[in-house]
Write a new protein. Structure first.
Length: 309
């Protein structure tokens, strides 16, 4: 072999080291303040910071079939329900300011704090400011959005939030059925449009049995391809205030965990409000026992300690 100069190049010791494992689950930053959550290189969810809208949200939410189980907007009323952003956090009354509908208030992502990958989970942590029409910050929020993969192409979407009041200014989350977490299901999964079904942990079925009823979890399942059904189970953590949550759920494909339906919550300065929810993204229409097992597993998890690695 001819080597220019007569010497073989030296190989750096680091190049001979054993390569690190490639994480199976990754949170990959994308243009326009988006993050793609991927399992084995295939996207299962996408986080949007919402800079061109009113709030951060997650869309799509890909089920085992490869199709999104959520949608943007009400299928029959996209204008007045433009705030139905697949999976999102917001609240109707924050010191009287409406963050629920698409009006003047915005939830603004100020910083992407960290991204974590791993063999079975990935997550991002963001800092958000809840601002009124004059860009005054009503409260700040640290949020962790993550995915945890399960068997058979199923997975969990995990959402943790910590809300803090400004110094010397308590924040009141007013009593309402609208907020804190909303989910707009795919049109074909809806009871009305696709013949889907709603069930809750207390034995309720469809809107008549689940609307504004307390429950540990609510499941919305229905057709997603011509030959298969899939769904999402919204799980309320037992340490959330007013657990079991009152669920605002309708036959038109909407479900949400109504945090302050039983009464207002006051966030005092120096005493953050912490919340934890999970969405179980599943194949088929599982038996109630399987859904209860998912909630029980989730109920044993701990709240995120923000700022710790």
């Amino acid at each position: 072999m001819f080597v220019f100069g007569g010497l073989l190049p030296r190989v750096a010791p680091s190049l001979l080291a054993e390569p690190k494992p490639v994480p199976r689950v990754q949170a990959i930053p994308e243009p326009h303040d988006e993050v793609s959550f991927q399992r084995d290189g295939v996207e299962i969810a996408r986080y949007h910071a919402g800079r061109d809208g009113f709030r951060p949200f997650v869309f799509p939410v890909i089920g085992p079939s490869g199709r999104s189980l959520t949608r943007m907007g009400h299928p029959h009323d996209p204008v007045t329900h433009s705030h139905h952003n697949s999976v999102w956090l917001s609240h109707q009354f924050v010191n009287g300011v409406n963050f629920w509908e698409d009006r003047a208030a915005h939830i603004v992502q100020q910083k992407l704090l960290r991204l974590d990958d791993g063999p079975d989970a990935a997550s991002i942590e963001t800092l958000n400011a809840w601002q009124d029409k004059d860009a005054k910050t009503m409260m700040t929020e640290r949020r962790r959005t993550g995915v945890q993969v399960l068997d058979n192409s199923e997975w969990l979407l995990l959402i943790d939030s910590q809300f803090e009041a400004p110094p010397n200014a308590p924040v009141t989350l007013g009593q309402t059925p609208f907020g804190m977490l909303g989910v707009r299901m795919a049109k074909t999964i809806g009871v009305n449009d696709g013949g889907g079904t709603i069930r809750n942990s207390e034995g309720g079925v469809d809107e008549a049995g689940c609307f504004r009823k307390p429950a540990r979890w609510v499941d919305y399942s229905g057709p997603i391809t011509p030959t298969s059904s899939e769904g999402i189970t919204l799980l309320d953590h037992p340490d959330n205030p007013y657990h079991p949550a009152t669920f605002h759920v309708r036959n038109d494909g909407w479900m949400g965990a109504a945090l302050t339906f039983p009464g207002e919550i006051v966030i005092e300065p120096g005493k953050p409000l912490r919340l934890r929810y999970a969405l179980y993204v599943h194949a088929g229409i599982p038996p109630v026992e399987a859904l209860q097992k998912q909630w029980e597993d989730f109920s044993r998890t701990s709240f995120v300690e923000f700022g710790r690695k």
